[in-house]
Design a protein around this ligand. Structure first.
Ligand code: HEC
Ligand code: HEC
Ligand code: HEC
Ligand code: HEC
Ligand code: HEC
Length: 252
C-alpha cells in the first residue's frame, strides 16, 4: 500500500499528542495571562478581616514566635491559621474589654471559628510545601514581605511560576547564614531573625541580606563573595539544585 502519510507524520502525530495533553495547561496559560494584570494581582491590597489582627504588634513588638500561631509551618506543607483558642490564651486575661476583640470573644463563646480571608494562594495545580523551605533556611519574609512590619496582613509578592523559578534556578544567590549565631540550624535562623530585630531594632549588626528581609525586600544577592558562600551553604544544607527546575517538583 502506498504511503498515505509522509514519514514526518509520525512525529507530527507525536507533537499533537503532546499538545493534546498540554491543552488544559494551555487553557490555564491564557487564563493566567489575564489574571496577571497589576489590578488583579492583589499585591498591597488589605482584605476585610473579622478582626484587625496586627503582625507588627504580636510578632515584632510582643515577640511572639510565628510557630505559636502557625503551628504546622515547620513540619507540614501548610502554615495554617490559628484557632480562636490560641488568641484566647492571652485575650481571656488581657485587653478583655477591647471592642476590636468582640468577634474573638463571640467566636469563643459560640464555638464558631473566625473566618479569616486568605491572602496568599497558589492555583490548585501547583504543589507548594512550607516545611522544606523553612528547613533549608528560606525566610518567611522572602516570600511574604516584612511580616514583622505589617499591621493588616497583605500580599507582598505574586507567586508567578517565573518568580518561584528565579530561586529554584540559582538558590545559591538566596541563601544566607547568621554569622553572629553560627550554631543555629537554618530553620532556627529563620525564626531567630525576628528576635534579633527586637534586640537590635536599628539593625546595626545585621548582614545586608538580613536587613533586606526585615525591610520587605527579597534576599537575592549578586555579590560574588556572597554567592560563593551560598554555594557552600547549598552543599552544607543538602540542597539538590539539579532537580529543582523539574516540572514535577511543583506540578504533580
Ligand atoms: C498571635 C498569632 C500570630 C503570630 C505570632 C503570627 N501570626 Fe501570622 N497570622 C495570624 C492570623 C490570625 C492570621 C490571619 C489573619 C491575617 O491574615 O492577618 C495570620 C496570617 C498570616 C499570613 C497570611 C496568611 C494568608 O492568608 O495568606 C502570613 C504570611 C503570616 N501570618 C506570617 C506570619 C509570620 C512570618 C509570623 C512570624 C514573624 C507570624 N505570621 C506570626 C496570627 C499570627
Ligand atoms: C501571647 C499573647 C497574645 C496572643 C496569643 C494574642 N494576642 Fe492579641 N494582643 C496581645 C497584647 C499584649 C496586645 C496589646 C498590644 C499593644 O497594643 O501593644 C494585643 C492586642 C490585640 C488587638 C488590639 C486590641 C486593641 O483594642 O487595640 C487585637 C485586635 C488582637 N490583639 C487580636 C488578636 C488575635 C485575633 C489573636 C489570635 C490570632 C491574638 N490577638 C493573640 C497579646 C496576645
Ligand atoms: C518559599 C516561599 C515561602 C516561604 C519561605 C514561606 N511561605 Fe507562607 N506561603 C507561601 C505560598 C506560596 C503560600 C500559598 C500556599 C497555598 O496556596 O497552598 C503561603 C501561604 C501561607 C499562609 C496561609 C495558610 C497556608 O498554610 O496556606 C500562612 C499563614 C503562611 N504562608 C505563613 C508562613 C510563615 C509563618 C512562614 C515562615 C515560617 C512562611 N509562610 C514561609 C510561600 C512561602
Ligand atoms: C528563595 C528560594 C526559593 C523560592 C522563592 C521558592 N523555593 Fe521552592 N525550594 C527552594 C529550596 C532551597 C528547596 C529545597 C530543595 C532541596 O532541599 O533539595 C525548595 C523545594 C521546593 C519543593 C520541593 C518540596 C518537596 O517536598 O520535595 C517544592 C514543591 C517547591 N520548592 C515549590 C516552590 C514554589 C511553588 C515556589 C513559589 C511559590 C517556590 N518553591 C519558591 C527554594 C525556593
Ligand atoms: C518551583 C515551582 C514550579 C516549577 C518547577 C514549575 N512550575 Fe509551572 N507553575 C508554578 C506556579 C507557582 C504556577 C502558577 C502561576 C500563577 O498563578 O501565575 C505555575 C503555572 C504553570 C502553568 C500555567 C501557566 C502559567 O504560567 O501561569 C503552566 C503551563 C506550567 N506551570 C508549566 C510548567 C512546566 C512545563 C514546567 C517544567 C518546565 C513547570 N511548570 C515547572 C510553579 C512551578
Amino acid at each position: 500500500m502506498a504511503q498515505l502519510f509522509p514519514p514526518k507524520a509520525n512525529s507530527v502525530a507525536k507533537t499533537s499528542l503532546i499538545f493534546g495533553g498540554m491543552l488544559p495547561v494551555l487553557v490555564l496559560l491564557s487564563g493566567s495571562t489575564i489574571t496577571r494584570s497589576p489590578a488583579n494581582t492583589g499585591v498591597g491590597v488589605k482584605l476585610d478581616q473579622p478582626v484587625p489582627f496586627s503582625h507588627k504588634h504580636h510578632a515584632y513588638e510582643l515577640g511572639i514566635d510565628c510557630r505559636f500561631c502557625h503551628t504546622s509551618v515547620e513540619t507540614s506543607g501548610y502554615a495554617g491559621v490559628p484557632s480562636t483558642e490560641t488568641c484566647m490564651n492571652c485575650h481571656s486575661v488581657i485587653w478583655t474589654n477591647s471592642p476590636l476583640l468582640e468577634p474573638v470573644r463571640k467566636s469563643y463563646e459560640e464555638g464558631k471559628p473566625l473566618q479569616w480571608n486568605t491572602v496568599n494562594k497558589v492555583p490548585e495545580f501547583v504543589y507548594f510545601n512550607h516545611s522544606i523551605h523553612i528547613n533549608k533556611g528560606i525566610s518567611c519574609n522572602h516570600c511574604h514581605g516584612a511580616m514583622n512590619d505589617q499591621h493588616i496582613t497583605q500580599k507582598s509578592r505574586t507567586f508567578h511560576m517565573a518568580w518561584c523559578l528565579e530561586c529554584h534556578r540559582e538558590p545559591e544567590k538566596y541563601l544566607w547564614a547568621d554569622a553572629n549565631n553560627p550554631d543555629l540550624t537554618p530553620k532556627q535562623q529563620v525564626f531567630n531573625l525576628y528576635l534579633k530585630q527586637q534586640l537590635d531594632p536599628k539593625m546595626a549588626n545585621m548582614s545586608p541580606q538580613e536587613k533586606a528581609l526585615l525591610t520587605g525586600q527579597e534576599q537575592r544577592t549578586s555579590n560574588s563573595e556572597l554567592i560563593a558562600k551560598g554555594n557552600e551553604l547549598l552543599k552544607a544544607r543538602g540542597i539538590k539544585k539539579a532537580q529543582l527546575m523539574d516540572c514535577g517538583v511543583c506540578h504533580r
